[in-house]
Structure formats: structure tokens, C-alpha cells
Design a protein around this ligand. Structure first.
Ligand code: ATP
Ligand code: MG
Ligand code: MG
Length: 382
């Protein structure tokens, strides 16, 4: 109807599932490549043939490409080389996915395009990490170059004495397993911010409002939309985020994680070449959700508006753990709340099992309304 392009998605987790929800409403065909036959995204897409194999397996990627007109991703840890060799278009570009997979190359790329980032340096040994500590001071953030998520590729050295220990923690003692290590200057941020940016197939870029993200144990806990920051900071955050995305190739939605620093500068932490946890609120609160705009961009359709259509929204992640069910149930009695459960079979502790978005007149008013949900989470995590 609006597009007969079959869209192949590498990865079938919650981001693929929410893409599928948007695709179903728009009558767009989505085929999923994921090892789990009952992956969250596949549960919603009975009409299409899916591929039950790893998204890092070249033959499986070729099979998906043979059945589709365009490929995209819901996770960046895919085989980017195999993606670069398929016959159909891939959005965003495989070169963009490959660049983002290596967090050190990503930072080098951003710095070379004058996008502000924290100071960083490659550390091929513990001695080099110690030298980075002398240059940047402590605490010092050490990061794995590859396969990072939810802070699992990060280790903090509090003092020079703990550098070796922090370094050894990455890649379980074998830094090469994670493609090597680099060090970053500690960012004493006022707030962590994020901006979703969408780029159409013809190169137009549009950003969503700036939100604040609150992490717990390196995992996103809350997203507050819009972020409470001076308007000059919000403008700068959107400018920096759009500037960063303009340096990358390909269409789709991107999540840009940012630090708002003491001196009011805004630094890029990292970029996700896909829908992002900080953009889930857009389903209920924005003119067009991040998932719909991603599909529109990938399918070559016109982009939808990115403005908020309610004054404010708060997104609360529901992680695996003893408080999960109670928090989900509590959300059913909160005015303005929408519950999303991802259909994951196993509620491992810390795993993203669902989220709740609450809309309202202001972030402060929503935080009041959301107390029963937050209390259920806190009752078991503190
Ligand atoms: P994601 O799940 O977002 O992909 P990740 O594993 O790639 O996470 P980062 O985003 O690099 O990890 O870092 C996780 C969190 O650690 C950040 O959200 C931030 O709270 C903190 N952090 C990262 N870099 C720094 C830094 N240089 N200084 C201080 N804190 C930092
Ligand atoms: Mg990351
Ligand atoms: Mg991150």
C-alpha cells in the first residue's frame, strides 16, 4: 500500500518487536533474522518467513537479503563485513555499523569531524593505561573497543594502583577478546542527555527533543522528556547530535548519548545506529515514534514529525528481578501510563523485560504519579 519493500531486520529483541508493532500498523513486511524461533519480534509477525540463525552468520545474512528488498539492524553487534556484501541496500550503511562497533574508531571518527567527545587514548597495555591515568587523572574510565552494552565493557580505575585490575577485568583478562582497550577522561557531567536523530534516504536529518537519561549500574533506569536544561544547552545538544549523525552514512534512526558538562559544554558519549532505549517514550509522546521513523527512513518514505504531542513523558525500564511483576501491575493503575512487555521467556536479573511510559503535564507531576511503579522497583533493588 504505502510501500511493498520487504524489510529484513538483523536481531529480533525488544527493539525489533517495537519496530514490528509500527510495521504492522503501516502494513509493512518485516522479516527477522535471530537465532531464537520465538524471539520477541517474531512473536508479532506471523505472516512473514523469518530466519532462525545468528545475525553474525554470513550465510544467514545472505539468506535474509535474498528474501528482502532492504536490510536494517536492531543491534550493532552483527557481521558488518557480510552486510557489506549483500545484493540489496542496507540502512544505515554497513560502514557506519562497522565504525560504531569499534568504540575507539567511533571516537576517532567523531573527533576528526570536530564533534566534541571526552579525551581518550588507546591503551595496548596496563602501562599505557597508567600513562593515560597520569594524563587524564582519576577516576579513569577504561573501555573495551567491541561488544559493549549496558556498561559491560567498562571498568573504572579509581587510582593508579587499581589500573591493572580494571584493565584485567575487560575481556575477562584477555583484552584482545574485546578488540583491545582504550581510556577516557572521567566526565563529571551534570546530567546525561540523549537525542534521537533520524535521517531519510535522501539525506535530510531531523532530531527529537533532548531527554535526560538516568542510569543505575550502567543500565538505563529512567528517561525524562523533555530534559530540564537551559534552552541554550538543549540547542547545543541537538546541534551536536545532528552534526555527529551527518558525519555517518545511511538512513535510519540513531541514538546519540551525551554528557552535559559543568562548563555547559555537551560531549558525545556514544552513538547507536538503531532505535535506542532513550527513544521509547516517542511511541506515546511524539508525533511519530522512533520505530516508525526508522521504518520510514529505511523504506524511503517521507519522515514524520519529531515534536512532542504531550507536555512531558517519563519512561521507566522494567528489568528482570523480584520487583518486575509488581511494578508492571502497579503501572496498570497509574493515569497516563502505557505498559510494554517484551515477551522474553527468561527474566534474568538486570535483563530488559519491558518498560512503562507515563505521559502528563510535567516531568515533576509524572514522577509523583509514577511513585507506585518506582516504589515497586526500589523495594527489591535497594
Ligand atoms: P550502552 O548500553 O548504552 O551501549 P555501553 O556499555 O556502550 O552502554 P557506555 O555508554 O560507554 O557503555 O557507558 C555506560 C555508562 O557509563 C554511561 O551511560 C555513563 O553513565 C558512564 N560513562 C561512560 N563513559 C564515561 C566517562 N568518560 N566518564 C564518566 N562516566 C562515563
Ligand atoms: Mg554502547
Ligand atoms: Mg551507552
Amino acid at each position: 500500500m504505502i510501500s511493498d519493500k520487504r524489510i529484513g531486520v538483523l536481531g529480533g529483541g525488544q527493539l525489533g518487536r517495537m519496530m514490528a508493532e509500527a510495521a504492522n500498523r503501516l502494513q509493512l513486511a518485516v522479516h527477522i533474522l535471530d537465532p531464537a524461533p520465538q524471539a520477541p519480534a517474531k512473536q508479532l509477525l506471523a505472516a512473514y518467513p523469518h530466519v532462525h540463525a545468528s545475525f553474525s552468520e554470513p550465510t544467514a545474512i545472505q539468506q535474509l537479503a535474498a528474501e528482502c528488498d532492504v536490510l536494517t539492524v536492531e543491534i550493532e553487534h552483527v557481521d558488518a563485513k557480510a552486510l557489506a556484501q549483500v545484493a540489496c541496500p542496507v540502512q544505515p550503511a554497513p560502514s557506519t555499523i562497522a565504525l560504531i562497533q569499534d568504540k575507539l574508531q567511533q571516537k576517532r571518527h567523531l573527533r576528526s569531524h570536530s564533534v566534541p567527545v571526552p579525551d581518550f587514548v588507546e591503551c595496548a597495555s596496563v602501562a599505557e593505561a597508567e600513562r593515560a591515568g597520569e594524563a587524564f587523572g582519576y577516576p579513569l574510565m577504561l573501555k573495551a573497543r567491541r561488544l559493549a552494552y549496558d556498561g559491560r565493557g567498562n571498568a573504572v580505575a579509581r587510582t593508579a594502583d587499581t589500573c591493572a585490575q580494571a584493565y584485567g577485568a575487560l575481556g575477562s583478562g584477555d583484552a584482545q577478546k574485546v578488540g583491545g582497550v582504550y581510556a577516557e577522561r572521567w566526565a563529571c557531567f551534570r546530567k546525561e542527555l540523549a537525542v534521537m536523530v533520524v535521517r531519510s534516504a535522501d539525506g535530510q536529518v531531523a532530531s527529537y527533543p533532548v531527554v535526560e537519561t538516568v542510569q543505575r549500574d550502567n543500565i538505563c533506569h529512567l528517561v525524562l522528556a523533555p530534559a530540564e536544561v537551559p534552552s541554550s544547552v538543549a540547542d547545543e545538544a541537538r546541534r551536536v547530535a545532528e552534526m555527529a549523525i551527518k558525519t555517518l552514512e545511511g538512513a535510519g534512526i540513531f541514538g546519540v548519548e551525551l554528557f552535559w558538562m559543568e562548563d555547559d559544554s555537551v560531549l558525545v558519549n556514544e552513538i547507536a545506529p538503531r532505535p535506542h532505549n532513550s527513544g521509547h517514550y516517542t511511541i506515546e509522546a511524539s508525533e511519530t515514534s522512533q520505530f516508525e521513523n526508522h521504518l520510514r527512513a529505511v523504506a524511503g518514505l517521507p519522515l514524520g514529525g519529531t515534536a512532542l504531542k504531550v507536555p512531558a513523558a517519563v519512561m521507566i525500564n522494567l528489568l528482570g528481578g523480584p520487583g518486575l511483576e509488581e511494578a508492571a501491575r502497579a503501572s496498570l493503575s497509574v493515569a497516563g501510563a502505557t505498559l510494554h512487555l517484551y515477551g522474553k521467556p527468561e527474566a534474568r536479573v538486570g535483563r530488559k523485560m519491558g518498560h512503562v511510559t507515563v505521559v502528563g503535564e510535567s516531568v515533576a507531576a509524572i514522577m509523583q504519579k509514577a511513585q507506585p511503579i518506582l516504589a515497586a522497583i526500589d523495594a527489591t533493588t535497594t
